[in-house]
Write a protein that binds this ligand. Structure first.
Ligand SMILES: [Zn+2]
Length: 176
């Protein structure tokens, strides 16, 4: 990636990403494992290097950061106000890549699920969120549906848990 973003913006954004193997993701995996699901991590042989692969269920799971993967209508999918064109192009690329990988995986006969970072209770005590998603994901694995998206199903849960309104429709600037 060309370095057109100033250092301050970049470090702020990198700090908000969470990254692979975030605590929330590890908690999710722990619950899945406890339920008896066995998986492979970050399988580079598959398009997009899926975060969690469940060979027995011919299913994969992407744990997506909301910012980079542009979670629709999510406050974490903000766009930095500087270098707008750079970000727009970057985001378009990411979304297009995700779409292509998903399509190829489905063509290969894999079932595809996406768990959004915010649904895992980003930056909060996240065990309850992870437990709930593990349950939903487990049901999906054992069911027959081709796709699963943690989406905003868990927003209302988060709202109750934190007792605050869910600001999911509003666009926010990244925190300074
Ligand atoms: Zn989100």
């Amino acid at each position: 990636m060309t370095d057109t973003v100033d250092l301050k913006t970049r470090s702020r954004i990198m700090a908000s990403v969470g990254g692979k193997n975030s605590k929330a993701e590890r908690t999710l995996r722990r619950f899945l494992h406890a339920k008896g699901f066995r998986y492979i991590l970050h399988d580079r042989r598959l398009p997009g290097t899926p975060d969690i692969v469940f060979p027995r269920y011919r299913a994969i799971c992407f744990v997506h950061g909301c910012f980079w993967h542009r979670h629709p209508d999510c406050k974490h999918a903000s766009t930095p106000s500087t270098r707008r064109e750079f970000w727009d192009a970057k985001f378009r690329q990411n979304v297009e890549r995700d779409r292509r990988n998903r399509y190829i995986l489905l063509e290969m006969g894999w079932r595809v699920s996406v768990v959004w970072e915010c649904a895992l209770g980003k930056g909060k005590k996240n065990d309850a969120h992870a437990r709930r998603i593990a349950r939903a994901l487990g049901d999906w694995l054992q069911g027959s549906k081709t796709e699963f998206d943690s989406g905003s199903n868990f927003d209302s849960f988060e709202e109750r848990a934190s007792d605050k309104p869910t600001p999911c429709k509003e666009k926010e600037k990244p925190e300074e």
